[in-house]
Design a protein around this ligand. Sequence first.
Ligand code: NAD
Length: 298
Amino acid sequence: MSDIGFVGLGIMGRPMSRNLLKAGYSLVVFDVFPGPVAELAEAGAAQAASCAAVAAQADVVITMLPDGPEVETAVLGPAGVLEGARPGSVIVDMSSISPMVSQKVAAACAAKGVEFLDAPVSGGEPKAIDATLAIMVGGKPEVFDRVLPILQKLGSSVTLTGAVGAGNVTKLANQIMVACNIAAMGEALVLATKAGLDPEVVFNAVKGGLAGSTVLNAKAPMVISRNFKPGFRIALHEKDLRNALLAAESMKVSLPFTSLAQQMLIALMNDGKGNLDHSAIVTFIEKMAGIEVQKPQA
Ligand code: NAD
């Protein structure tokens, strides 16, 4: 079995590392914060003093970091993963970042004989804990085959979607559909409430029809019960739409709905709502309509 390195022990990285330990892999970990490193060491992982030190002890290094700048620092920066990585080893970046950054990091890795895959995930903390994430991978098929048994310990669906960068393009496509779905749901429930209807009755009436979706089933009950505890935070979703728009601009693709959804997310962050669940997109539409989605008052 491979020795695995894991860098980035946040909301997602912590449970994912634990699942690799549970599967019997020997694991060496690092995070800029000592707290989660100590937690993983207690669970059986070895601790390293830097990203480079992780890579020096591992055949496969997984990174799970907030965004592209952190991935560039952790992989390409001083004492970064690439500094310690052996030729022939594999870096699997599971963060959701710009596909262009994935390609830049992959090129730097290739120059040192190190393989690279981008492998972002969908599913959030509950699915990271249950090891049922959906994992979207970009890279060479033979490198994918090498790390597939490891990824299968983290997710229930692991799909090679194309060359390096394709994993993050797929993830961005996912994030566009989710954000625009939530915004459309918000407009629909605001209209129904303003018309004097019970939004729960409307939700139940439409969920079995063409407008029904996983997003609707997960998020409409949160909106109706005014529970905006994350879940997936507005600030992270804004980052994903920003990356989608940057990628789209580089290809001269126009994404008007994505752009509008990103503007809503920025406004909500300025309104102090960046840490709320992304279902709180509805509050932007509510503010414009001067009404809150709620059951009719008796
Ligand atoms: P997080 O902020 O909780 O964790 C990131 C970790 O990276 C932190 O512990 C931080 O200390 C560490 N870190 C930052 N820079 C570092 C560096 N240079 N070296 C070592 N460690 C460093 O984020 P998260 O929620 O775990 O998300 C990670 C990624 O997964 C993001 O790209 C996010 O968009 C994506 N994602 C998150 C969710 C979710 O529900 N949280 C769902 C799907 C995808």
